[in-house]
Design a protein around this ligand. Sequence first.
Ligand code: ADP
Length: 293
Amino acid sequence: MKLSINGLSKTYSNGTQALKSVTLEIPTGMFGLLGPNGAGKSTLMRIIATLQEADEGSINLNGLDVLKEKKQVRQLLGYLPQTFGLYPDMTAEEMLDHFATLKGIHRAGERKAAVKALLEQTNLYHVRAKKLGTFSGGMKQRFGIAQALLGNPKLIIVDEPTAGLDPSERQRFHNLLSEIGENIIVILSTHIVEDVSDICAHMAIIHEGEVLLTGNPLELIQAANGKVWQAMIEKSEVAQYQQAYNLISSRLYAGKVIVKAYSESRPSEAFQAVAPELEDVYFTHIKEKDLAA
Ligand code: ADP
């Protein structure tokens, strides 16, 4: 499977340019689309999911023209939107059965088997008779994946699936996604760096409608080796450091502030080299773009 996006642009009627000539090659496996709120991720996900029109550009999924052959694309697609409505009084089993009917699985026996298998896969079989209104955030998101997997899709799109999940729910959700992502394309849109560093083999950073960087997270981290520096400073020194150095992040630690800088060479005696993380790569590129604007 391969998804090719070429020169995709979208401007909303109020003049917001949500996508600016986005070009991306997305191979089989887990693909992380990482960007801050407002970057254009949901717009891109909805266009790929055939739910929204683009102004310019093309998308090709294994020879299918995604912007034109919507019906065929929908046969191959599973989508978990950022927010999706569930009937709180329906049980997980009833609701998934309903979604399976909508997906075109009309034979009762086949539908029953598919529903059972997906509830098992997403670890919800034991709560199949519970009402969805009683589900935790993590359970709802796993249910969302179960419905996205109906009909054996070849392309799955999940939009901000871990926002609002606690760390153990997020871990569980990561495990589930990485199990399904081996033979199909899974696009995970997120503003959470760990979602990408934990489970994605390929990624892109998107900001203000533009793709800033694409690659393999490990290689992108390696490329930053020797260029990320850290210093522990007083709160009163932060403004001065921001002026003097190319700071990419700061966080409080034991009443002091740990700042990180991106630089080819050691910025000053106060800084120590540290092993780069994906977050450093992310902040560096977002900051460069903001400074250039
Ligand atoms: P993300 O998913 O990365 O947060 P979105 O695709 O939701 O980004 O939004 C990209 C930009 O488009 C933002 O500036 C947002 O305010 C704007 N936007 C999104 N949907 C609409 C809409 N229906 N009408 C006008 N502007 C929109």
